[in-house]
Each structure stands twice: as structure tokens, then as C-alpha cells.
Design a binder for this molecule. Structure first.
Ligand SMILES: NC(=O)c1ccc[n+]([C@@H]2O[C@H](COP(=O)([O-])OP(=O)(O)OC[C@H]3O[C@@H](n4cnc5c(N)ncnc54)[C@H](OP(=O)(O)O)[C@@H]3O)[C@@H](O)[C@H]2O)c1
Length: 288
């Protein structure tokens, strides 16, 4: 198999992101360092946290304590307070809590807050990249209408601030994605522009392990349903972020690089369902 757990994709920002991430939503703060150290030992090199998870400190402790060179680990956090001042303050807080010199990827966690605040929060990300605090930037839970607004704002910033790149480079949109939530409109928008999609809830929080379509592939490849769903995400070109606090699951969820699904199998798993298992802020109105 060509890809391995440390295989990376080059983002529009120019920095590389490992293909598989380790999610830490709902990972208790007191247990986060242990989980992340186990993940790093299992080979993950990419941790997905957020200010609202309240566990950036444990992530940072694991990254620094692992003895793996910092540049080999990719750390993501997310801004929850969507405004210029909120994002600016939050970036500094995330750096202080994680005790890292820089954050690899900072996302706007969700689009709620209204147009001016969304734009202000983006400008705060752009300035933090220019200050060396963050390497790559992106958004999460953005629907096509939010993405169009952002694209127009980036162009405006480029004009006002002196050229290409000065409006910030959109590298990622992180959304819930799995065979029961394909989000074709969002995926097509991103793919057309070279923006990568990170898939949250890639194993659907365990809710679909019994689906016959999943079971069939699990039997064929001698893999678990979770491994089949993570592989589906990788084979779609997404960056899946499975989460677990359970030692053997942390290891098993990363054991997905010795097989791959055929194009036909990838398509056969897909459905037309709209069945999120988490929140769905992608449908937020522009004025909300
Ligand atoms: N941007 C956003 O708005 C947003 C929203 C949601 C999630 N996320 C990110 O995406 C990550 C993943 O999403 P998620 O945590 O909601 O869902 P998920 O990864 O699809 O599922 C996690 C759940 O599945 C269980 N699990 C993990 N591996 C398993 C396995 N091999 N067999 C059976 N059960 C297994 C976990 O239990 P244990 O932990 O008890 O093992 C946990 O309850 C998050 O941690 C976070 O980083 C982002």
C-alpha cells in the first residue's frame, strides 16, 4: 500500500498534514495526555483539539513529552468565539495552554456570529499566521454560503492588503462526513478549489457498525467496521479524525494502511441520507 500512517498531504498553505488525525472531543482533560501519548506511540502524528474541548493543555503535554521532534507532529485547535477580538485572544490562550511555540492549524470552529464577526475572526487568523503563531488556517462547519462569503472576503483583503496571499489561504474545511452524510455541495466546492476536507465523526460514533454494507467489507478484508469506515474516508481523499480514549481502539483505528477499498466499494457504501450524529452549523443563516 502506498500510504502509511505518517503519509501527508500538502495543504494550500504549503505545509504538510498527516492523512490520519486523532480526535480528542470529549476526551477528559485529565486523561488527554495519556490518550495522546498512546496515539503518538501507535503512529498518529496529528491531533485534533479545540478550545471548547478544554484539553489543549494535555495535548501540548503529550506533544512536548513524546520526544518526537515538534515538526513531525501536527496540532490543530479551533476558535469558538467568532469575532476579531475573540479569535485574537483565543489564539494566544491556545498557545499558552498547549505551551507550544506555534499551532499547525487553527480553524474557526463554526460559522455562527454574523457576517462581520466571521470576517473579523478570519482576519485575526491571517494576522496570527503573519506573526508566526499559526502555520495553516481554515474553517469548520462552513456551508457553501459561508464559504462563498469567505472567498469574497479573502479577495477583498488581498486588494486592500497588497496582493495574493495577504487575505489568508483557506486550507481546510472540517465537517461531519461519512457514508450517511456525503455533503456533496460542500465537498464539490472545496475540491474545485483545492481545499481539503477533514472528516469528523468518521466512524459515526459507532452508530452504523451493523449496516450490512459495512459488515460485508469488514468480512471481506478481515477488518472491523470502524476500520472500514476510516478507510472509506481515506479513500475518498478526506482526512479522518477518529476519536477514542480506549487503548486497543486507539491502536486499531490506525491499523488501516494495509488495505484499501476499490472505487466500486467506496461508491457502494455511499447513501443519499442526511443523517448527522453531531450538531450541524453548516445550515446557519448568514445573518445568524
Ligand atoms: N469541528 C467540529 O464541530 C467537530 C464535531 C465533532 C467532532 N469533531 C472532531 O472529530 C473527532 C471525531 O469525532 P467524534 O469523536 O464525535 O466521533 P467518532 O470518532 O466517529 O466516534 C467516537 C466514538 O466512537 C467510539 N469508538 C472509537 N473507536 C471505536 C472502535 N474501534 N470501535 C467501537 N467504538 C469506537 C469512541 O469511544 P471511546 O472513546 O470510549 O473508545 C467514541 O464514543 C472529535 O474527537 C473531534 O476531534 C469536530
Amino acid at each position: 500500500m502506498a500510504t502509511t500512517i505518517t503519509s501527508a498531504i500538502k495543504l494550500p498553505s504549503g505545509f504538510e498534514i498527516p492523512r490520519l488525525g486523532f480526535g480528542v472531543y470529549k476526551t477528559p482533560p485529565a486523561d488527554t495526555e495519556r490518550c495522546c501519548l498512546e496515539a503518538l506511540k501507535a503512529g498518529y502524528r496529528h491531533i485534533d483539539s479545540a478550545a471548547i474541548y478544554r484539553n489543549e493543555s494535555g495535548c501540548g503535554d503529550a506533544i512536548r513529552g513524546s520526544k518526537i521532534p515538534r515538526e513531525q507532529i501536527f496540532f490543530t485547535s479551533k476558535v469558538i468565539n467568532i469575532s476579531y477580538d475573540g479569535a485574537k485572544a483565543q489564539i494566544d490562550e491556545s498557545l499558552a495552554l498547549s505551551k507550544l511555540d506555534y499551532i499547525d492549524l487553527m480553524l474557526l470552529h463554526q460559522p455562527r456570529g454574523g457576517s462581520e464577526n466571521r470576517k473579523g475572526a478570519w482576519l485575526a487568523l491571517v494576522e496570527a499566521v503573519e506573526a508566526g503563531k499559526i502555520r495553516s488556517i481554515g474553517v469548520s462547519n462552513y456551508g457553501v454560503h459561508h464559504l462563498n462569503e469567505l472567498e469574497a472576503y479573502i479577495s477583498k483583503l488581498e486588494t486592500e492588503r497588497g496582493g495574493k496571499g495577504r487575505g489568508g489561504i483557506l486550507s481546510i474545511n472540517q465537517v461531519e462526513l461519512h457514508p450517511w452524510l456525503g455533503r456533496k455541495d460542500i465537498a464539490d466546492w472545496c475540491t474545485a478549489r483545492g481545499v481539503f476536507l477533514e472528516a469528523y465523526c468518521p466512524i459515526v460514533r459507532g452508530a452504523r457498525f451493523d449496516e450490512p454494507s459495512v459488515q460485508k467489507l469488514a468480512d471481506k478484508y478481515g477488518k472491523t467496521p470502524a476500520q472500514v469506515l476510516i478507510r472509506w474516508s481515506l479513500d475518498k481523499g478526506f482526512i479522518p479524525l477518529p476519536k477514542s480514549v480506549t487503548s486497543d481502539r486507539i491502536v486499531a483505528n490506525a491499523d488501516v494502511f494495509d488495505f484499501s477499498l476499490t472505487g466500486e466499494e467506496v461508491r457502494a457504501l455511499e447513501t443519499d441520507e442526511y443523517s448527522p450524529v453531531a450538531w450541524d452549523p453548516t445550515v446557519t443563516r448568514l445573518d445568524e
